[in-house]
Design a protein around this ligand. Structure first.
Ligand SMILES: [Zn+2]
Length: 309
């Protein structure tokens, strides 16, 4: 009995210790200090501990923050600080569809509105799978997105799979990378069947192609990557064109990139390039290069100019 109590105590301590070392313990060896009354003395007691697989180490309780299962975005009051580090414990993700991915629309400005996800072509009824391990936070109808499954992942990201025709999971289900979430479709506001995939952190959508490579063998761009507002601002990207998305690998790179952060300027009546240049402390040359215009180009009222500050 004493042995069992000691064992339980050691087991409790080892699984509740701080630090990450305990996740490396595969088994506990205990040598009893007293012999058992009946039979041979036990020399060694080995208690196996379930080992988490490399992609299922749970460093945080992902359900302890804004875990609301009937709201598409429960993070409305959350503050996200940039630059923001996202880490992955693998270099691969699982494709959300079982065939080659054809991207029909990207994250970016589209028809005068932000398009906050990436559209991947599919046929209604095609399987839609989770890109990473996680827990289903939302599996409901949402205006615009239609039938949608949102999975929260262990690195804090959430992925939303919209316009589905059927659900294969429900809220609070634990899902593995590659696990079926539902069937693709065109529910909600969709022009034809496709998967609208949103990648977000605390409610802030991130350009999916900044984190995931959709054209190669399902690779994650980097296992440690820094996100700035530039990769979350749809206005700075076009849904029709590939953006330059060099991954920022260190915090100092991310901070250095902030110095070159872009600003949108809308041309007002009476504006000239020199006027805009002086007012925003940007050279005329820089405005012309960034916006592919000439110094002699005529500015229109309401025209949007990108200023690289
Ligand atoms: Zn879309």
């Amino acid at each position: 009995m004493r042995l069992i109590i000691t064992s339980l105590l050691v087991l409790f301590l080892s699984t509740h210790a701080n630090g990450q070392e305990e996740s490396l313990i595969q088994e506990l060896k205990l040598t009893p200090t007293t012999s058992l009354r009946k039979g041979e003395p036990l020399k060694e007691l080995i208690i196996p501990i379930a080992m988490p697989t490399s992609d299922s180490i749970i460093p945080i309780d992902i359900k302890n923050d804004h875990w609301i299962t009937d709201v598409f975005n429960p993070y409305k009051d959350a503050l996200v600080k940039f630059p923001l580090q996202i880490t992955f414990d693998d270099s691969l993700y699982a494709s959300p569809i079982a065939k080659d991915k054809v991207v029909t629309s990207r994250f970016g400005w589209r028809r005068g509105r932000p398009h906050l996800g990436i559209d991947i072509d599919l046929v209604t009824g095609d399987d839609v799978m989770a890109v990473l391990d996680g827990v289903v936070r939302f599996a409901s109808y949402n205006t615009g997105h239609g039938k949608t499954v949102i999975v929260r992942h262990f690195n804090g990201l959430e992925t939303a799979y919209a316009h589905l025709s059927k659900y294969a999971v429900k809220e609070n289900d634990t899902v593995k990378r590659g696990q079926l979430l539902g069937k693709g479709g065109a529910t909600g506001n969709a022009r034809g069947s496709h998967l609208h995939l949103v990648v977000s952190y605390k409610g802030v959508a991130i350009h999916p192609e900044y984190l995931f490579d959709f054209y190669s063998n399902n690779t994650i761009k980097s296992q440690e990557i820094w996100v700035t507002r530039e990769q979350t601002n749809a206005f700075l990207h076009s849904s029709k064109k590939a953006s330059k998305l060099e991954p920022l690998l260190t915090e100092s790179d991310a901070i250095a990139s902030l110095k070159k952060e872009k600003k949108i300027y809308i041309v007002k009546r009476g504006d000239t390039l020199s006027h805009i240049s002086r007012k925003n402390n940007v050279t005329i040359r820089s405005i012309c290069i960034t916006n592919k215009i000439k110094t002699t180009s005529l500015l229109k009222i309401g025209q949007k100019l990108i200023l690289e500050l």
